[in-house]
Design a protein around this ligand. Structure first.
Ligand code: COA
Length: 612
């Protein structure tokens, strides 16, 4: 996901023992220092705990008069209690099981990313770069974006679809900075079937536009597309969320004062031609950029006329005659420079160059791999995860002793204040009431909410009236939390750290509750029910049950395959899979992206820019 850091992190496979090295080293240093006193393990542990308390008390005793105003402010945020993130020895075996699972799924994740990074494959890239003299889409992004890491959205979209593999859904989308401004980009990869649009490609572009609208981000389209992938035309036209919606959104976004710039950097045929012609400003690249509703082969078939792509819809024609393009660029490099100049005319307030000071968590983020549950029964207390994600591992917990299967409270991620709503077991009646209360607090105080979702795989069947009553009450409480989450007028980010099952996933701000961003850890499982909780044993020793057993076993296999994080991400049920150890970085960047809209000059005009 984080382009510069993902691959490094993915490649960083470390022996599991290293994960414990930090705490072990500290423990041994401690034991050496107090060796005379440490007659046994228990004494050592008591002393270690005691020394932490002394440090904490000393910090709290610092006189406030001695610190500057700035430091006073920082001290204020630093007074949240520090979470104890040490992993108790009794959890060690679960930690190790989770770690093994994390390593396996991350291995698979890195293989898929590697595959996707090659677009349509080596031959297609050669045809694209050597014969068609165009830059590969990832090179284009390097030229367009500031020299910083960018957030690629759903890179695994389009893999293993019923109609085959469509690497990155044939279109790279993401958020990066151009001239210091966060922008959404949508860039066709013409090495994947000439950049033609598959149904999953439409979905990916629509999601990128939705992100642009929700977070008010200017959008840049790099268009190099043969239009609709014709064999799937019935799935691309004419329903509401089919191809045409991309063009509709362009007009709506413009009316919302979300600027859109397009670069024609390849063949833009049919549907591919509407994206630049609906954009507010368009740049076309000489020789390689063409724009037409029907290309030369179709003209030949219809009229018998031989016409070159250049004469039919090249850069000069559209810059001088049709006016479909506003800027003529002699080369791709000059086109991207032109985009930067256009962005400097948007009259955006410069983003403040504040450097936020923050503390790193006290516990290693690598240990998140052992806390990422491979199944619900491998779930450890969620505060162990929170302690590895919050600045200084500090957390101001809300209702700590009530409804404890949900953890709520405030913390900072790289200096940004967030409200945390984290699953810590089945979402009980009390936990749901607490969740509703807390979500409303965040909404009232305009604090973004960060959901850590790990929902229970299934609800137990009631066996008595009393239990049925309890279920009803829980359902009502969950419904009120759902309403609170849906209506909270603050940015929401959801990270699925384990299970995303059934109705509890809605309460925890699943995809249908429109979080601004939703990411999965690679161990995550997404399904209505957990396949591992499905029984395949026939009820009686009866041959009639054999058929049922077979059917159940097929259903279980299907469910198993459809539950993986990669299956979900391929279908764009999320914004991508992220590595647990990159979570802080991704969340902090999302919070920064969301914050940008505070600095935009918004005029009351509600009309789009209409091309003349
Ligand atoms: N639907 C399905 N497949 C298409 C396609 C379309 N609209 N356009 C191109 N392709 C496929 C080609 O069959 C080829 O597949 P292959 O690699 O398996 O052989 C691949 O995309 C690349 O096409 P190719 O023509 O070899 O590459 P190119 O770079 O020279 O040209 C285009 C790319 C898109 C400019 C050119 O193929 C073209 O003009 N296609 C027709 C576009 C069209 O009429 N669209 C109408 C949509 S309503």
């Amino acid at each position: 996901m984080w382009n510069n850091i993902t691959l490094c992190s993915v490649c960083k496979f470390f022996p599991s023992s290293l994960l414990f090295s930090r705490s072990r080293t500290l423990y041994h240093v401690f034991k050496r220092k107090y060796k005379d006193l440490c007659k046994d393990e228990q004494t050592a542990q008591i002393l270690q705990d005691g020394s932490c308390q002394v440090v904490k008390r000393t910090c709290n005793m610092l006189p406030s008069r001695l610190v500057s105003n700035k430091a006073k402010y920082r001290r204020y945020t630093k007074t949240y209690p520090v979470l104890d993130g040490r992993i108790p020895a009794v959890y060690q075996h679960v930690f190790e099981e989770n770690l093994r699972n994390s390593e396996a799924v991350i291995q698979r994740y890195s293989e898929l990313l590697e595959m996707v990074s090659k677009g349509g494959g080596e031959n297609s890239i050669l045809r694209h770069t050597q014969r068609n003299k165009k830059l590969f889409v990832r090179e284009r992004l390097k030229m367009l974006l500031d020299d910083e890491s960018f957030l690629e959205l759903s890179p695994l979209a389009g893999l293993n679809m019923p109609y085959g593999d469509v690497p990155a859904a044939g279109c790279l989308t993401g958020i990066g900075k151009i001239c210091g401004v966060w922008c959404v980009f949508m860039a066709n990869d013409a090495t994947v079937k000439g950049g033609t649009i598959y149904p999953i490609g439409v979905k990916k572009q629509l999601r990128a536009q939705e992100i642009a609208m929700q977070n008010r981000l200017l959008s840049v389209y790099l268009v190099d597309s043969g239009g609709a992938f014709l064999p799937l035309q019935s799935e691309l036209f004419p329903d509401k969320s089919d191809g045409g919606r991309v063009f509709y959104n362009e007009a709506i976004m413009s009316a919302m004062k979300i600027p859109q710039v397009a670069v024609v950097c390849g063949s833009c045929v049919a549907g591919g031609a509407y994206v630049p012609t609906m954009a507010e400003e368009t740049v076309i690249v000489d020789k390689i950029g063409t724009l037409f509703l029907a290309g030369p082969p179709l003209v030949k078939a219809a009229t018998g006329e031989n016409v070159s792509p250049e004469d039919l819809g090249g850069a000069r024609l559209h810059s001088k005659v049709s006016g479909c393009s506003d800027h003529f660029a002699p080369s791709e490099k000059e086109a991207y420079e032109c985009v930067r100049n256009i962005i400097s005319t948007l009259n955006y307030e410069p983003l403040p160059e504040e450097v936020m000071e923050y503390d790193d968590p006290l516990y290693s983020s690598d240990e998140l791999l052992g806390l990422a549950p491979q199944g619900y029964e491998y779930t450890l207390p969620v505060k162990l995860i929170v302690s590895r994600l919050m600045d200084g591992s500090r957390f101001q917990e809300f209702k700590a002793d009530y409804g404890t299967t949900l953890v709520t409270g405030f913390g900072h991620v790289e200096g940004h204040l967030v409200g945390i709503v984290a699953s810590n077991g089945e979402l009980s009646h009390d936990a749901s009431l607490k969740g509703s209360h807390f979500v409303q607090l965040c909404s009232q105080r305009s604090i973004p909410i960060l959901f850590f979702q790990n929902t229970a795989p299934h609800a137990a069947e009631p066996t008595s009236i009393l239990q049925a009553e309890a279920h009803t009450n829980r359902l009502k409480a969950q419904a009120s939390m759902m309403a609170a989450v849906a209506c909270a007028a603050v940015p929401k980010i959801t990270i699925v750290i384990g299970g995303c099952y059934g109705s509890e996933s809605y309460v925890m701000c699943g995809r249908s509750f429109s979080p601004n961003f939703l990411f999965l850890w690679p161990n995550a499982r997404v399904a209505l029910v957990d396949s591992r909780h499905f029984s395949t044993i026939p009820k009686a020793d009866d041959s009639d049950c054999k058929g049922d057993e077979l059917e159940l076993s097929h259903l279980k296999e299907k469910l198993e395959e459809e539950s993986s994080a990669f299956y979900s991400s391929a279908r764009l049920w999320d914004d991508g899979v992220i590595l647990p150890q990159n979570t802080r970085k991704v969340v902090a960047q999302c919070l920064e992206i969301i914050k940008q809209q505070k600095y935009q000059v918004i005029s009351p005009c509600q009309y789009p820019v209409i091309r003349m």
